[in-house]
Design a protein around this ligand. Structure first.
Ligand SMILES: [Ca+2]
Ligand SMILES: [Ca+2]
Length: 198
């Protein structure tokens, strides 16, 4: 008599096991990739917010100083030429009908320290310096040293901190940058135009 087929015994064959393990590895690999991408994105956004906040705070300090300055005291005085430093004075008020001027102050890019420096009495014995940030990019975002205006803002090879006099106003541009632990470079650029008080 014909024997009925024997029911298959429990357990997987070696091939089924290999296929299952391969599928599992694919799923885990995909999940890991998605998780890493999500973490990198979150890290990028957090870093961007941090640098944007710092860039804006530094820009506010620069803008406030320039706004209080006397236009005629600004050095350099050449319109439309970008510079990475500015010297100014501001009025302390009137005394016997005469304007009393402050000591000279300067805001500049310190190339060696990638810093924005504020300085009182620059070059004098009583010089006083304060670093406002030490994350300044050597060049403004998108710019390269090549004699060309790479970032299409009308300036050629401008530094990470730049001032341009425009009549009674000063246009200020600032890029902060910092490499993250995974090698990515986070940059943040802010721009402001302020009018001098006098
Ligand atoms: Ca440019
Ligand atoms: Ca360039």
């Amino acid at each position: 008599m014909k024997q009925p087929p024997r029911p298959r015994q429990g357990g997987w064959t070696l091939i089924e096991l290999m296929i299952a393990l391969t599928l599992l590895a694919c799923i885990l690999g995909k999940a890991l990739y998605v998780m890493q991408a999500a973490l990198a994105l979150a890290g990028d956004e957090t870093a961007s917010l941090h640098y944007e906040d710092q860039a804006r705070r530094t820009m506010d300090r620069i803008a406030l100083a320039v706004m209080g300055s006397d236009r005629d005291s600004l050095v350099p005085q050449i319109d439309e030429i970008h510079t990475n430093n500015i010297t100014y004075r501001f009025s302390l008020g009137l005394e016997d009908g005469e304007v009393v001027w402050s000591a000279p102050e300067a805001i500049c890019l310190n190339d060696g320290r990638d810093a924005v420096e504020w300085c009182e009495n620059p070059g004098a014995a009583e010089e006083r310096k304060v670093i406002w940030t030490s994350l300044v990019s050597p060049l403004l975002e998108g710019e390269l040293v090549n004699g060309i205006d790479d970032n299409a803002n009308g300036l050629i090879d401008e530094d990470g901190l730049s001032f341009v006099l425009e009549g009674n106003s000063v246009r200020i541009r600032l890029t902060l940058r910092r490499p993250e632990v995974d090698g990515r470079l986070v940059m943040q650029t802010v721009e402001s135009v302020v009018c001098c008080r006098n």
